[in-house]
Design a protein around this ligand. Structure first.
Ligand code: ADP
Ligand code: MG
Length: 719
C-alpha cells in the first residue's frame, strides 16, 4: 500500500488531536491504514421512510420524516428526561433523551423538517424513539451517498463524545479524498482472475461506500477472502517450516511394551476411530519430524488409552514420556488408571503434583534425570524448571483448553538436558545442533468446531476420535425448575435404590466465590437432610479443600462407599466413575455450554441408562435458554461447540485470543466457513507451486505477507 497509509490519523482533516486520541484508544486506529480497515458491522437501508401510522411494534430500526412541534421535560427518579413531540401528516410520536439535553434544546428547532432514525418502543399507547439519530432533512438529502449506509463499530465513549457513525463516515470520505482511493493491490493476478475477485481499491471503496448491493457483496467477498488467505498462508508456512526444520526423535519401532499390551492386556477392543488415530500418531512418531498433534475426542471417547499406547511406543524406543493434566484429581485418576497397566508391563511410572512432598519430589527428580522413571504423570508441576528428563520423547497434554500456548512451548523445551530456555525461534535454529524437542500430543474434549480448529491450530495436525465405545447409551437430559426439586429428589432416591451414584454440582465462579461457597454449603446441608445417614453417604469436594481430603472423598465415591457426590466444577474434567449415572447441575443457567457438556460427560460411562438434570431458577436470559435447549436437544460435542461459539464469539473460546487469528476485521469464522476453506485451498496451492514465494507472479503476495508485521518472525525461518 502507498506510503501515505502509514500517516498518523491525527493528520487527517477533520480528525484533530482529541478525536485522534479517541480513535486510538477506543478502536485501535493509529494510521490511515487502520481507518481503512475499520469495516462496517452492517449496512442500513436509508432509502425507506416510514410514516408514523405505519410503525409496527416489532420494527427494527426505522426512518421517519417529520417536525418537532413541542418539547417538554419530565421529572423522573433521577434527574429528568427531555421529550419531544414529533409529527408527520399521519400522526405523532415521541423522541426521548436521557442525556445531552442541553445540546438538543440549543440545536434542534421547532417546526423544521428532520429525518429521525432509530429503534422505536411502544409505551403507553404511543411510539417513542430514545436518542434518535437526527438530521435536518436538507442535510440528509445532500449527504445520502448510497442506499446502503455503513454502520461502523463504535463504543459508548465514542458516541458520548460526539464521534458518531456519521462522523466516522465523514472522515472516511475525507480519507478517500486525500488518498485518491489509490490503494495498491494485495493479491496476485492469478488469484484475482481465477476467483473473479474485484481489485483492492474497488473493494475498499465499495465496502465503505457501496454503489449497489451487488458491488457490496463482491467487495466483502474479496476482502474476506484476502483476510483469511493471509492467515492460512501464515499457518501453512509455519507448519511447513516446522516439518522441514524441526527434527524429531524417530521412533522407528513398535516394541515389546506396545505389543504385549496390545495382545495381552488391552481391556477392550479399540474402536475404529481409536485405531485410526493411533495409526496417525504412529506415522508421525516414525517420521523424522517432530510431532505436533491435536487429538480431539468428545468426553468418554477413550483418549486415555490412546495416550497410554502412544507412550508405550516412546518407551519401546528407549525414551521417557509424560502426561500432564490440568487438575490434581485428574492427574491422580490418570496415574491410578495407568499404574495398573504399567505394573503388568513392569514399567516405572511416577506422579508429580502440587501436593507431592519435598522428599518424594527429590526422588522423582533424580529418577527422571537418571532415566529410572519412564513415565511421569502430573499437573503443571511438571513444567517447573527443576523437573528435568533424561530423554523425554513424548509429552502429552490432556484437556488442552485449561492450558495455554505458553505451557505447550515450555514442555517443548524439556526435550533434553541441554535444551535451551530461549524462545522457540531460537530453538528451531539450534535444532541442527543439540536440542531435539519431544513429540507433543495435545488432547482435548472441548471439541472446538473444525473450522475454528483449522484456523487456530493450523500449525497442528489434527486427529479426531469421532466415535464412542460401543454400548454407550445416550444420556437423557432434562431441564427442571427449582420448584420441581422434590420430584428430582425422589428420582435420585429411586436411582440410588437401584445401586446407582449421583453427582450434584454447584457453580463456582470466581467473581462470586463467597456467595457460591455459601450456595454449595447450603445445598450440601439440605441434601444431607433429605438424604440422611446412615442410609445415605455423601461426599463433598471443592477447591478450598486440601488435596489429600479431596482425594479421600473422591476415593470414597469411586469405591462406591458414598452414593452422592456434592461438588463444584473441580470434577468437570476427566473424572471417571462408571457407576455414577445421574448428574444434577444446580444453577445450570450460570454455566457455559462447554462446561455443561463436560459435566454431563461424567455420567453415561457405564452400561446403565444415565441422566443429566439441569436445575435452574425461573428467570432465564435468552442465552441461558439457548444453552439449556441445546443441551437437552443434542449430545454431539461439535454441535454444542458451534452453538457455544455463536453465543460467545470466538475470542472467548479456549484462549484463542492469543492466536491473533480471531482478531478478524471482516471475515466471520463461522459464517464465512466456505470462504475459509477456499482461502486455505488457494494458500496451499500457491505454496505448492512456489514454496518460497519468489516467483514474479507471487511478488505481490510476498510483499503483502512481509508487511503484515506480526508475521515477520515466521518469515525469518524461511529466508
Ligand atoms: P476421555 O476421552 O473422555 O478421556 P476415557 O479415556 O476416560 O475418555 O474413556 C472413557 C471410558 O471408556 C473409560 O472407562 C475407558 O476405559 C472406556 N473405553 C475407552 N475406550 C474403549 C473401547 N474401545 N471400548 C470400551 N470401553 C472403552
Ligand atoms: Mg480424559
Amino acid at each position: 500500500m502507498s506510503a501515505k497509509l502509514q500517516t498518523p490519523i491525527d493528520y487527517l482533516k477533520g480528525v484533530g488531536p482529541n478525536r485522534a486520541d479517541l480513535l486510538r484508544k477506543e478502536l485501535g486506529i493509529h494510521t490511515y491504514q487502520d481507518l481503512i480497515n475499520l469495516f462496517p458491522n452492517r449496512y442500513i437501508d436509508r432509502t425507506k421512510y416510514y410514516k408514523i401510522n405505519q410503525l409496527q411494534r416489532n420494527n427494527a430500526d426505522v426512518q421517519v420524516i417529520g417536525k418537532i412541534i413541542a418539547f417538554k421535560e419530565v421529572a423522573q427518579k433521577r434527574g429528568k428526561r427531555l421529550v419531544a413531540t414529533f409529527q408527520d401528516d399521519t400522526g405523532t410520536m415521541e423522541l426521548v433523551w436521557f442525556r445531552g439535553q442541553k445540546w438538543i434544546r440549543d440545536n434542534l428547532k421547532l417546526n423544521k423538517p428532520y429525518v429521525i432514525y432509530g429503534k422505536t418502543n411502544w409505551f403507553s399507547g404511543k411510539f417513542n424513539m430514545p436518542h434518535p439519530d437526527i438530521e435536518a432533512l436538507e442535510a440528509h438529502r445532500e449527504n445520502l451517498r448510497s442506499a446502503m449506509q455503513p454502520v461502523y463499530p463504535s463504543t459508548e465513549k465514542l458516541s458520548n463524545r460526539g464521534v458518531t457513525n456519521r462522523v466516522i463516515n465523514k472522515i472516511m470520505q475525507q480519507l478517500f479524498l486525500e488518498t485518491g482511493g489509490r490503494f495498491t493491490e494485495t493479491l496476485s493476478e492469478n488469484l484475482l482472475t481465477e476467483l473473479k475477485l474485484i481489485p483492492k481499491r474497488e473493494a475498499l471503496f465499495n465496502v465503505h461506500f457501496p454503489k449497489s448491493q451487488e458491488l457490496l457483496s463482491k467487495a466483502q467477498f474479496r476482502l474476506k477472502f484476502e483476510e483469511l488467505f493471509y492467515i492460512q498462508l501464515q499457518l501453512i508456512i509455519k507448519n511447513l517450516v516446522h516439518k522441514s526444520k524441526i527434527k524429531g526423535f524417530p521412533f522407528e519401532k513398535v516394541g515389546t511394551n506396545f505389543n504385549t499390551f496390545f495382545k495381552e492386556h488391552l481391556p477392550f477392543e479399540l474402536t475404529d476411530a481409536q485405531k485410526r488415530v493411533l495409526k496417525e500418531i504412529r506415522a508421525d512418531l516414525g517420521s523424522n519430524a517432530q510431532m505436533n498433534r491435536l487429538l480431539q475426542g468428545d468426553v468418554g471417547s477413550g483418549k486415555t488409552i490412546v495416550a497410554l499406547m502412544s507412550m508405550l511406543i516412546a518407551l519401546d524406543n528407549g525414551f521417557q514420556a509424560c502426561l500432564m493434566a490440568p487438575t490434581e484429581i485428574l492427574s491422580v485418576q490418570h496415574y491410578n488408571g495407568l499404574l495398573e497397566h504399567c505394573n503388568k508391563l513392569n514399567i516405572r511410572i511416577g506422579k508429580l503434583t502440587g501436593s507431592t512432598k519435598t522428599s518424594e519430589r527429590k526422588i522423582i527428580h533424580e529418577s527422571l534425570e537418571n532415566g529410572d522413571l519412564q513415565i511421569l504423570i502430573g499437573t503443571h508441576a511438571l513444567l517447573e524448571d527443576k523437573v528435568k528428563f533424561k530423554n523425554l520423547g513424548l509429552a502429552i497434554i490432556d484437556e488442552q483448553h485449561r492450558f495455554g500456548v505458553a505451557q505447550r512451548s515450555k514442555l517443548w523445551r524439556k526435550g533434553s538436558p541441554q535444551s535451551s530456555q530461549r524462545e522457540d525461534a531460537k530453538s528451531v535454529r539450534q535444532n541442527n545442533g543439540a536440542h531435539t524437542p519431544p513429540h507433543i500430543l495435545v488432547m482435548t474434549a472441548t471439541p472446538i468446531p473444525r473450522t475454528l480448529a483449522m484456523s487456530v491450530y493450523g500449525d497442528l495436525d489434527i486427529s479426531v476420535i469421532d466415535e464412542l465405545p460401543p454400548g454407550r447409551q445416550s444420556i437423557k437430559t432434562v431441564h427442571r425448575y427449582d420448584k420441581n426439586r422434590l420430584n428430582v429428589f425422589k428420582f435420585i432416591r429411586d436411582e440410588i435404590t437401584k445401586g446407582r451414584q449421583v453427582y450434584i454440582v454447584y457453580p463456582l465462579i470466581q467473581e462470586n466465590e463467597k456467595m457460591d461457597y455459601k450456595d454449595l454449603m447450603d445445598g450440601y446441608e439440605s441434601i444431607s437432610r433429605d438424604f440422611p445417614l446412615p442410609d445415605y453417604q455423601i461426599s463433598i469436594v471443592h477447591g478450598k479443600m486440601k488435596p489429600a481430603d479431596k482425594d479421600y472423598e473422591m476415593q470414597r465415591f469411586i469405591k462406591g462407599e458414598t452414593q452422592i457426590m456434592v461438588a463444584t466444577t473441580v470434577i468437570e474434567v476427566g473424572v471417571n466413575v462408571p457407576n455414577a449415572s445421574v448428574m444434577i447441575i444446580e444453577s445450570a443457567e450460570r454455566f457455559g455450554l462447554s462446561q455443561l457438556h463436560q459435566l454431563r460427560g461424567r455420567v453415561g460411562r457405564g452400561a446403565e441408562q444415565s441422566y443429566c438434570i439441569l436445575m435452574t431458577s425461573h428467570k432465564l436470559s435468552n442465552d441461558s435458554k439457548t444453552r439449556l435447549e441445546t443441551m437437552v436437544r443434542t449430545s454431539d460435542g461439535f454441535e454444542i461447540a458451534e452453538v457455544d461459539l455463536r453465543l460467545r464469539g470466538p475470542g472467548d473460546i479456549m484462549g484463542t485470543q492469543q492466536s491473533g487469528v480471531l482478531n478478524l476485521k471482516i471475515a466471520d469464522i463461522i459464517k464465512d466457513n466456505d470462504i475459509l476453506q477456499l482461502a486455505r485451498h488457494h494458500a496451499k496451492n500457491v505454496l505448492k507451486n512456489d514454496s518460497t514465494l519468489t516467483s514474479i507472479e507471487n511478488k505481490v503476495i510476498l510483499d503483502t505477507y512481509k508487511s503484515l508485521g506480526k508475521y515477520k518472525n515466521i518469515w525469518n525461518y524461511i529466508s
